[in-house]
Design a protein. Structure first.
Lengths: 331, 331, 331, 331
């Protein structure tokens, strides 16, 4: 469902071409000052508006607080933020109704919801929903105080240089994917809960809510499968738990170990590509060749870092609260 | 925590060197016939007893039903299975008390639980707990009927041949990791729930509860990050949603699309290795060199396929119930 | 928290004098037609506007749909409804800031949230929040189809006649309480879940979310404590489970038994009364005598029946979905 | 389901005539010393063995710890307690298979679980399950330290004197009900969570999991419905929130207010009565007159006080943890 968290609980809602997308944060501590301006940097990063390879859709994308804030301070009651959709052109999409786009949720959502789904621009399955995640992430980051959560692009289309990767997409008139890495500094030892609520379980759970993610690995990740044990183990070098290497990516036994938490995710190429593709037309009941028109990112990975930071901060804020390291009243 | 699931709910418990490990399944439909013999194959696979590279610890490992079964049929009440620990040698571990083993939960669990954790053989953090997962997996597989869940080893220590990979470990007197792949056939279209409860979110959540897992990828996974969109998208070739390729690994928009569900996980080398390692001694407050004695797998990945099948079946049984495709009374 | 339900899940938010109150319904089946007009009767009943004994605050109180509806039909995505606050006079309340009103949440909320709570008109603790419950109740009732949920006033101020009870309040220049009874007809046998999720557990959980409720009893209720077993037991008179009497109130062993579900709740007198009362002034740190000014109901119980129906329908819709008696797509 | 709690989470299981009943407590803080002897008093109270009016079934009823305890101290891992069933006589029950007993779950459970339920002695629906609640309650009470939870019988069969009430049952050769009151002293201000998780919501939720409960009321309860506001409101007389009266029963706005928490519950007469009753025979498909044989309490209310204390302590321990007033490691 659209809910996540144990004490810092999110409820996400909205559609790409409906009135808005939004989020309710239930369980946010009281006493946290919040101003709209504090959302500007992250919301802008999500839009990626000035980057080559992202779409020209321009939105203000600033949260409108509907509840839970009084005199610019959280009250402890559910904090509701809405991001209005002002700049939608549904017409671009409606003609594609009978033609499920490969790589999109068109086909699966249609089956699951019997054709009642809002199909305009991906509806509830749109990347537009990540605005709500980023908004909640800003709140979570503030709660985390001196813990820093930073994600950056490792590669685009296999190139370590973003420019070069995007150029590949432009040259090929196609979309491309990328790898994003997230690093969290300043974590206490022992965040994470037993068994099913390991740090990796919760982060991966939240990460795969982001559209277009195909994989996640912690620390050395898939490369660990090819290593010897003595090389992979991180030697503990002092009483604080500092390790010589960080192949574990900062999490051992499901708990943070006080070293940097490090993980990487794989972002697939944008499903919407200008190239011709084959799909099945439900009306003609025949194969059809088509190409996607309208505004689309060449590389959705460019927008992902801030979203990845957001879901990571959301998970960590919840774990900090479970560990009683964030109080119920911020003062 | 040690609970997982929405309608088919697990509660895991137990320790490596305590009385037992076990699981309560809350929400299991009534009317499912269950005999102890049906657990034999999977429990045996988990032990991997005859394989080179797994430890000689021999246990019967068969479930003792404590509740929820009447005349060998589930009643709909919580189904409790216990796996007794008969063959433990705690002495092997106690001398290591002051010396947290690198790669193990010794250090992090000690911090989180203030030294009250049961440290014998990894306690609640031991791979022994996977017996409970496998037991629950047998039940879940029966509920899935004609849906088949099969995992196999893709590589050990970078070698596609298991024998060769294990030989590397033996030659090096060290432990090694591996890659395991899981394929599910026969799934309906539309399993998975909105946003946070996508198929990938739930499976990865459960997968990272298995000790030693460092990464997961669906379909083409990390390789997708290097592909062009037109190559990655799977062309839909008929009304049933069959696709020409399966780069998506059978899940689009968070929902199954009727094609095979395919994903891979990375298993790190066993943390316990006969090689000398460096760690910090809490008592002497000095660095210490040591090597792990006692029974240990050279390659924990060998035991993982059946555990991976189990958690996958558990997630899918829950989603099938949410989708009303498994009834509350099996008949 | 402000969330409730397993498959039909509510998230409530908002404040009395903020922008709005609202509710997100996560898990509402797709395919349910919904028009604003369908909310009119129940929203109007909640306002109780024309009745003696309720306050003159006039609001439109009609839901604004923010998500989850497309072409007037639910999509299966989270359904968000907002009820705007247009007619608030905060000035009435601000001067009472240092004087916690007896019987209100002023004192307890102030302690719990460190003074950051929105205190205007009760803030998040206001009866205004029941608008969101009633809105969700309209949706739940539609899902229940032929199951009817009806609540009515049994007594006001101890009088079986509403008029007479209210007149007592008017004569005394004080507020009064009342008893409300709810009857549900047409339920299948077997709704309710094991142990903690009995029908009584879930209904009472939801009922005590309504402000001012002090007690609940099912069937014969408290009177059962004075009965003999043979008199209290309901004789089963046919194969359908019909009983000769209904002392059980339609629920046995935590499950509905196919007879009418019947329960009653006690509503305390409105805490805000024109009479003089004693409380503690936080600023002067002295006892203080005061009387509440502003708009207030003489008898909040008059508004309760429709709210009680709402929470009952919400619980039952969830249980019907758990029992697979409401499909995921309404057709 | 059989799970309850947010941070201090119970999973109940077992049947009256199966191997055992039991409970897993997931989330119990580490560092709490626990010895079997500490369960003796409460387990004995539950059996009520020496009282007139309770059945002669004798069991040891002491918990066997299966996990979560190491050197007699909780580890923070799931704490599993089992209560073995040693003294069952299934023969008493099997002949009644086709004859659902009025007032029991026989009829409803049979419908819900399609005849697969364990019907012996009430199976999973038996009062025997309350042993698990009382066991968990002992742990919860220890966590609550200086907060005292005490329940006592207010009346039996309408008589304030227990002896007299039981004598009524003996004279009539029938079963009787009673009223039980619970008082909690020493609570901090502000326990309880917003809206759906008010103190009353959570306590009533847990209370109605106890078999045979028909009603609950807080403070003045149902009598409040007949009072005037000025009489019902409790005047706040000092800065600590102490009130002159306690009509609220210690909870205002869903939160504890620092005064004694007081509530009462109604227990119906034991459904099993020696008197002749009418029911429907599924096999003959005819009405049948029968009377219950075997061991049964004349008055189940006699056993209820300790169970009521248990569920109350369980709810309050969870709320104390949510409020960060019980640490994760007890020291």
């Amino acid at each position: 469902m659209n809910q996540f968290g144990t004490l810092f609980k999110l409820q996400i809602f909205g559609e790409s071409h409906g009135a808005c997308v939004g989020v309710v944060i239930d369980g946010c501590p009281a006493g946290l000052p919040l101003k709209v301006e504090e959302f500007e940097v992250d919301m802008e990063r999500r839009k990626g508006g000035k980057q080559k390879g992202t779409t020209p859709r321009q939105e203000d994308d600033m949260p409108i607080f509907k509840s839970g804030l009084f005199n610019d301070i959280t009250t402890g009651a559910p904090l509701t933020m809405i991001f209005e959709n002002n700049n939608t052109r549904s017409g671009d999409y409606e003609k594609q109704r009978a033609v499920p786009r490969p790589g999109h949720s068109d086909f699966t959502a249609h089956h699951k919801f019997g054709g009642f789904e809002d199909y305009r621009g991906g509806g509830h399955f749109s990347g537009r929903l990540t605005a709500a995640l980023v908004g909640a992430g800003v709140v979570a980051k503030k709660l985390l105080k001196n813990i820093t959560v930073e994600a950056h692009i490792v590669s685009i289309a296999g190139e370590a240089d973003v420019e070069k990767g995007i150029q590949k997409a432009i040259d090929q008139k196609d979309s491309v994917g990328g790898i994003v890495e997230c690093t969290v500094k300043g974590l206490p030892i022992g965040l994470g809960e037993h068994f099913f609520d390991s740090v990796e379980s919760l982060i991966s759970h939240a990460v795969f809510a982001i559209p277009a993610i195909r994989g996640i690995e912690f620390g050395t990740g898939f490369a660990a499968a090819n290593m010897f044990g003595v090389d992979h183990n991180d030697a503990i070098v002092d009483a604080s738990g500092k390790t010589k290497t960080n192949h574990a990516g900062g999490v051992v036994g499901g708990y943070t170990n006080g070293n940097d938490l490090v993980f990487r995710i794989a972002v697939k190429p944008t499903s919407s590509t200008p190239k011709e593709q084959i799909t099945w037309n439900w009306e003609t009941n025949e194969q059809e060749t088509f190409s996607v028109k309208g505004r689309h990112d060449l590389c959705i990975a460019l927008r992902v870092p801030v979203v990845l930071e957001a879901v990571t901060a959301i998970v960590l804020a919840d774990l900090m609260m479970r560990e009683q390291k964030i109080p119920r009243i911020i003062q």
